[in-house]
Design a protein around this ligand. Structure first.
Ligand SMILES: [Fe+2]
Length: 268
């Protein structure tokens, strides 16, 4: 296994690992550490069945159910389909996944199955670097704040059964300590956070949007331009990510998504 950084702030390519074969414990531990250190891992030229993909993803944690069940792969509910022809809009705002869960996913894993000829990339930002770049005063302020999270309010096709299961308010700190790395990162999801505790929903959204504008700079962003067969693993505990909708909609862009279980976010 060879790990090559892709950007000064985050992201690394992992060569010499075939995710279609079983991963031994030594390799698994090395991958877990590499993810905590680099925050985004790229594996090229993979060729995976759904079952092989699920087995490989388990190296990063147990796969967990995704809450918009209308986008589950038929017969393989632990894989979600990211596909505009499923009626989805690309998630173009910066976010981290599934913050409405008490224990949000440690990692989101994407497998490029059909890739448009241009555009349609995925960007990942280091919220560890974003935290360190804030002023001392603002770091202290964020450390004292929590968000109250639920399902996205702007989705119109959410099933009632998913609302019942995943719509309960869940509170998370706005700065969390990485359980493997020990570092701190800014943590929130602007469309899942109904409000910041002690602030109105309106003021909360204004503050979160302002934070994103100030924090996310090119120096802390790795942009992944997809090739068919790529697997991208994103550490949700210390990054935010976004999709780019800048591709020709007559072409297909299909990513298979798996999320794996994480810890309850905490600041220590
Ligand atoms: Fe996402």
């Amino acid at each position: 296994m060879k790990i090559t950084p892709l950007h000064p702030s985050l992201g690394a390519e992992v060569a010499g690992v075939d995710l279609g074969t079983s991963i031994d414990e030594t390799t698994r531990q090395a991958l877990e550490r590499a993810l905590a250190d680099h925050l985004a891992l790229v594996f090229h030229d993979q060729s995976l069945t759904p079952a092989q993909y699920l087995a490989a993803a388990a190296a990063f944690g147990p796969p967990m159910e995704q809450h918009y069940s209308q986008h589950h792969m038929p017969d393989v509910s632990l894989i979600g389909l990211i596909w505009h022809r499923n009626g989805q809009r690309p998630a173009e705002r910066w976010h981290t996944d599934h913050t409405n869960r008490e224990r949000p996913p440690a990692a989101t894993i994407l497998y490029g199955v059909e890739i448009p000829s241009a555009g349609g990339g995925t960007s990942v930002a280091s919220m560890r670097a974003a935290y360190l770049a804030l002023s001392e005063d603002e770091r202290r302020r964020l450390e004292s704040l929590t968000t109250v999270n639920s399902l996205d309010e702007d989705h119109t096709d959410t099933r009632q059964e998913d609302r019942d299961k995943y719509g309960k308010p869940i509170e998370h700190p706005m700065v969390r300590t990485h359980p493997v790395h020990g570092s701190r990162a800014v943590y929130f999801h602007i469309t899942k956070a109904r409000q910041i505790s002690g602030m109105t929903p309106e003021a909360s959204k204004v503050y979160m949007a302002d934070l994103l504008d100030r924090m996310i700079r090119p120096e802390i962003v790795y942009h992944h331009a997809w090739r068919k067969g790529d697997v991208l693993v994103i550490d949700n505990r210390a990054t935010m990510h976004r999709a780019h909708g800048d591709y020709d909609r007559s072409q297909s862009r299909v990513l298979w998504r798996i999320i794996v279980e994480g810890d309850r976010p905490r600041l220590v």
